[in-house]
Design a protein around this ligand. Structure first.
Ligand code: NDP
Ligand code: AKB
Length: 262
């Protein structure tokens, strides 16, 4: 992969996406920034152009809107300068499942899973043809922790993790690197936007530290990067247990515990 490939970052107007933009600009990459808030992106873009001398283009779009999403998909399909997609745009939900209106749930799923998948789908064939490039999906540790009571949000993040692992299997041999980053609580606007006080949490990572760790995982070509997890062995043994189960799924008969009266 050309190390100076342009990077398209969704959700680049604030938080994790804005810091990814800063870090990739510092590394000398041209950027395409996607989010709804053009003014905030323009402020960021001006600073990044001045500080780093890189090209920064804006592609304002609502990724839950079919026209907006289609414009970003077209850019990813057609612009051969873009070699890295950072699929970061996402929202969290207010309250628990019983408090969430079906339309709000659908909107969350639309951004966190449908848009993420469609954007990966738009860029992947071109990257596979080129035998180079990267797709970074921002998941969450919440996708591993149904106990946290964020069922729909967590399910969208479990989706991002699974999709990444599947795409790693499918696209890795074609030369495309796929990474899932699973942040834990990180100080960004997502908390206030979803009606929660980030300062009530026992531990919160600063967003710069989170993105720098995610990029260390990127540079190491990790498939799954969990910046806050102290011992990577906990993740690798979890994965080993899952993989050990897979060969046992295909059986002619139901397991003994389900055989009634036989
Ligand atoms: N902060 C945290 O604790 C954690 C965050 N994450 C994940 O990190 C990612 C980034 O979130 P974070 O930086 O924290 O939060 P922010 O709220 O700061 O950033 C979210 C970004 O997504 C954009 N966005 C929201 N809705 C849309 C939309 N409909 N179309 C296009 N862009 C949209 C926002 O821009 P705009 O409003 O301009 O459209 C903004 O740039 C999310 O996927 C989140 O789930 C994961 C784990 C922990
Ligand atoms: C940002 C969130 O709402 C969530 N708690 C997470 O850590 O992913």
């Amino acid at each position: 992969m050309n190390s100076k490939a342009a990077v398209l970052i969704t959700g680049a107007s604030s938080g994790i996406g804005a810091v990814y933009a800063d870090r990739f600009a510092k590394r000398g990459h041209a950027l395409v920034l996607v989010a709804r808030d053009r003014v905030r992106m323009e402020e960021l873009a001006q600073r990044l152009r001045q500080e780093n001398g890189v090209t920064v283009e804006l592609l304002p779009a609502d990724l839950t809107d079919s026209d907006g999403l289609a414009r970003v998909e077209a850019r990813l399909r057609d612009d051969s300068r873009i070699g890295i997609l950072v699929n970061n745009a996402g929202t969290a939900a207010h309250g628990g499942f019983l408090d969430q209106a079906p339309d709000d749930v659908a909107q969350l799923i639309s951004l966190n899973t449908t848009a993420l998948t469609r954007l990966a789908s738009a860029v992947a064939p071109r990257l596979a043809r080129e035998g180079a490039g990267a797709i970074v999906n921002i998941g969450s540790v919440v996708g591993l922790a149904p106990e946290l009571g964020m069922s729909v949000y967590g399910a969208t993040k479990a989706f991002a993790l699974f999709l990444t692992q599947g795409l790693h299997v499918e696209l890795g041999p074609r030369g495309v690197y796929v990474q899932a980053v699973l942040p834990a609580a990180t100080r960004t606007e997502i908390w206030a936007k979803s009606g929660r006080d980030v300062d009530s949490l026992p531990a919160v990572m600063e967003v710069g530290e989170l993105v720098d760790a995610a990029l260390a995982g990127f540079d190491a070509r990790e498939t799954i990067t969990i910046p806050s997890l102290p011992k990577v062995e906990q993740w690798t043994s979890f994965e080993a247990a899952r993989k050990a189960m897979v060969p046992n799924f295909l059986q002619v008969h139901a397991a003994e515990r389900y055989r009634q009266g036989s």
